[in-house]
Design a protein around this ligand. Structure first.
Ligand SMILES: C[S@@+](CC[C@H](N)C(=O)[O-])C[C@H]1O[C@@H](n2cnc3c(N)ncnc32)[C@H](O)[C@@H]1O
Length: 397
């Protein structure tokens, strides 16, 4: 043993840390045991009293076993809505996924248990609305850190800054589908816009314009995000082309493509270069007045940004006849998340005084066609139904 006092101090420190480690291990073991017992008790359909006792004894509702099953997953498996309700009220996490990528809501849905599904979905809606409120209303220091919505994805898929610095390629894939492609640093590929979305864009233009009372006079249209220019092309081929067609686009490669395609020469088309967050506040934009039709479909932006866009709508829409839609593709690789975000959009649009009419568009294809749709790219929309929103400001009494 060393006789240097500083070494003795270090040994003593090591002992304390080992002791603390042991204490931590004991606590982890106790929680693991309680969590496992709770999940077993739920799966074995033990009486509610036993479940309640376990929760009161500190069984962790966030616990997941080796398969990723949480107490809420277990309650969904046994289809007990009273239990789902109890767990949600006690703070069970609504969006935990198991090792197969399923939430408890997905399990309830696959078992056709509407009561359990609705309870979990509504817990999700409340949670997302609360997070949005906390992140917009208070300074980060006033907000419990675990509840702040953070955008941790700094890749070109999750960060506008990285996206705008990345190169895009306009090409056709192996099945002849037009595509605007983003190549990621990890070698993966993501379609910024893909030809298969043409049907969704077509239905969107139809819902926004075909019965618009001002269609015959030429609509004043604002589109945010050019991509492949599919929706812009459709606005241009309306029976009466728009009297004003403003396109907001920040990406240099997209802007070069727009020029190549001759969009600057089209009558009534005004291309504003930049992000909508900057362009909407510019004097040039404000001088243009309000619009009959507003559409937004951007890339690499999270729900926070879409929510901010919603808040600008009262200044953009020209009264209750004007119509708004957006590409409703958020969280569209999971049925529960897609449902939750769709309903959160509905609530937030209602908050700004708009009413939403939702149209269901069938986008299901068979397996072989699905492969063609995505080619080598990452899938970002896997739901069979696209929920198309059309919002209008409510009449003021
Ligand atoms: C999915 S594409 C739009 C596709 C388009 N709806 C179509 O029919 O082809 C997204 C577009 O939004 C643009 N974009 C991304 N962030 C933006 C922002 N903050 N403001 C405006 N446009 C943005 C991208 O550069 C891209 O061109």
């Amino acid at each position: 043993m060393s006789d240097h006092p500083e070494d003795l101090e270090a040994y003593a420190q090591d002992d304390i840390e080992t002791f603390e480690d042991l204490e931590d291990m004991e606590e982890i073991n106790a929680l693991t045991e309680l969590g496992t017992t709770l999940i077993q008790a739920i799966l074995e359909k033990e009486p509610m009293e036993n479940i309640r006792d376990l929760i009161d004894a500190g069984a962790p509702l966030w616990f997941q076993d080796n398969e990723g099953t949480s107490p809420l997953h277990a309650a969904a498996y046994v289809g007990n809505d009273q239990l789902v309700n109890l767990l949600v009220e006690e703070g069970a996490v609504w969006n935990t996924v198991d090792n197969l990528g399923n939430t408890a809501g997905d399990i309830a849905l696959s078992m056709n248990n509407e009561a359990c599904y609705t309870l979990i979905r509504d817990a999700g809606i409340r949670s997302v609305l609360l997070l949005a409120l906390l992140s917009s209303g208070s300074s980060p220091t006033e907000t419990p850190s675990a509840l702040v919505i953070r955008d941790n994805d700094t890749s070109a898929v999750g960060s506008t800054y990285a996206f705008l610095a990345s190169r895009l390629h306009y090409t056709k894939d192996a099945s002849g589908q037009e595509i605007c492609l983003l190549k990621l640093e990890d070698g993966g590929q993501v379609g910024v816009m893909m030809g298969w979305e043409r049907d969704i864009m077509h239905k969107t233009v139809d819902e926004l314009c075909s019965s618009h009372p001002k269609l015959d006079g030429g609509l004043r249209v604002l589109n945010v995000g050019f991509g492949l220019g599919i929706i812009d092309g459709m606005f241009q081929t309306l029976p009466k082309p728009p009297s004003l067609h403003v396109i907001i686009e920040p990406h240099p490669d997209v802007l070069a493509h727009i020029k190549e395609q001759g969009w600057h020469e089209k009558v009534g088309v005004n291309i504003l270069e930049g992000k909508w967050q900057d362009v909407l506040s510019s004097e040039e934009f404000r001088g243009l007045g309000k619009f009959d039709v507003v559409y937004t479909d951007t890339f690499a932006e999270n729900y926070d940004e879409l929510h901010k866009f919603f808040k600008r709508l009262p200044d953009l829409l020209d009264g209750p006849d004007a119509r708004f839609s957006f590409f409703n593709g958020l969280a569209a690789t999971n049925a529960l998340f897609y449902d939750v975000y769709t309903r959160v959009c509905d609530c937030h649009l209602s908050e700004i005084g708009a009413e939403v009419h939702w149209c269901d568009v069938n986008v299901e294809v068979d397996d072989a066609k699905d492969q063609e749709r995505w080619g080598e790219t990452r899938e970002y929309f896997t739901q069979p139904i696209y929920r198309l929103p059309v919002a209008q400001l409510k009449h003021k009494d």
